[in-house]
Design a protein around this ligand. Structure first.
Ligand SMILES: NC(=O)C1=CN([C@@H]2O[C@H](COP(=O)(O)OP(=O)(O)OC[C@H]3O[C@@H](n4cnc5c(N)ncnc54)[C@H](O)[C@@H]3O)[C@@H](O)[C@H]2O)C=CC1
Ligand SMILES: O=C(O)[C@@H]1CCC=N1
Length: 272
């Protein structure tokens, strides 16, 4: 399968890294990327083909659009005459299928995907929405790529993809934020940087492994840590007093709203 990535930034690297570890061959991949250092790194790491924007795109089975949402219109309009029979996958936050199809000159075989960076270690989760013009074979091809880098959830509404963006697309950042905070807490207890990191990382890794291997839900597992009148109860009370749970829900809601807003803002026809 010939794959072309337009944009070789953080998310493209995460997807490519996951695919390479699953045995995809660098020689079957082309990455179009303006930054010479990134092109060199991509070539060095995975022996993929690289080229600058403006280079003619060779026949591809799948073209993955991995540029920022704000760059997508220019990229899609330049790509339109060269798509051929490729399936186009966009990973951009917010950009709707209808908008993308318009920018691509009416190309109808599209899948809008929201992946996340744990794709790099094949532990990603992606949301996917196929356009009305995508065939069953297109869905299977998109699924094959996404399954190589983690789990896939198919949805049938753009709004659900905005929700997935807010939960699992942006979600790794929320988790890293919590890890940073736990590390800072360990430092405040007097531990050095190395020990603070070890305590925070292994607590996360251990709790996730326990949760994923347990028939108990997260709330039950939390209660099993929380002794009546003990230390955890005091900490959870502090979290509740500060409305941390409500804040996390509000944060995800803000992310979903931004995804919708990007879709409206960037999808507007300049003539309107
Ligand atoms: N970073 C993340 O966790 C996730 C990002 N996304 C989406 O992935 C897309 C890319 O995001 P990141 O990788 O984080 O951004 P990034 O800035 O790391 O990568 C974008 C790349 O596109 C390149 N680029 C700019 N103009 C170009 C052009 N004309 N042709 C080809 N390449 C060009 C840039 O040099 C850059 O390397 C965005 O649309 C974002 O919404 C989706 C899910 C998660
Ligand atoms: O922050 C962003 O806009 C992108 C989409 C999801 C994760 N990163």
């Amino acid at each position: 399968m010939k794959l072309t990535f337009i944009g070789g930034g953080n998310m493209a690297i995460a997807i490519l890294g996951g695919l390479m570890q699953r045995g995809y061959r660098g020689q079957d991949v082309l990455v179009i990327e303006p930054d010479a250092d990134k092109r060199q790194q991509l070539q060095q790491d995975w022996q993929v083909n690289v080229a600058e924007p403006g280079t003619a795109i060779p026949a591809s089975d799948i073209i993955v659009l991995a540029v920022k949402p704000q760059q997508m219109r220019g990229v899609a309009e330049a790509l339109a005459p060269q798509i051929g029979s490729a399936l186009v996958i966009s990973i951009a936050a917010g950009i709707k299928l209808e908008t993308l199809g318009r920018w691509l000159g009416g190309h109808g075989r599209l899948v809008r995907v929201m992946p996340n960076t744990p794709a790099l270690v094949q532990a990603g989760i992606s949301g996917a929405l196929a356009s009305a013009g995508a065939t069953d074979a297109d869905r299977r091809q998109a699924e094959a790529i996404l399954a190589a880098i983690g789990d896939v959830v198919w949805v049938d509404k753009e709004s659900e993809l905005d929700g997935i963006t807010a939960i699992s697309g942006s979600g790794p950042a929320y988790v890293f934020y919590f890890i940073e905070a736990l590390q800072a807490a360990a430092r405040a207890q007097g531990f050095n940087q190395d020990t603070a990191r070890k305590l925070a990382y292994q607590t996360f890794a251990g709790a996730i492994k326990l949760a994923m291997n347990s028939s108990d839900d997260a709330e039950t597992l939390r209660h099993k840590v929380t002794s009546k009148g003990g230390t955890t109860e005091r900490a959870i009370n502090a979290l509740e007093t500060s409305q941390v749970r409500a804040t996390i829900i509000a944060a995800a809601s803000a992310a979903a709203a931004r995804s919708r807003e990007l879709g409206e803002e960037l999808g507007r026809d300049p003539q309107e």
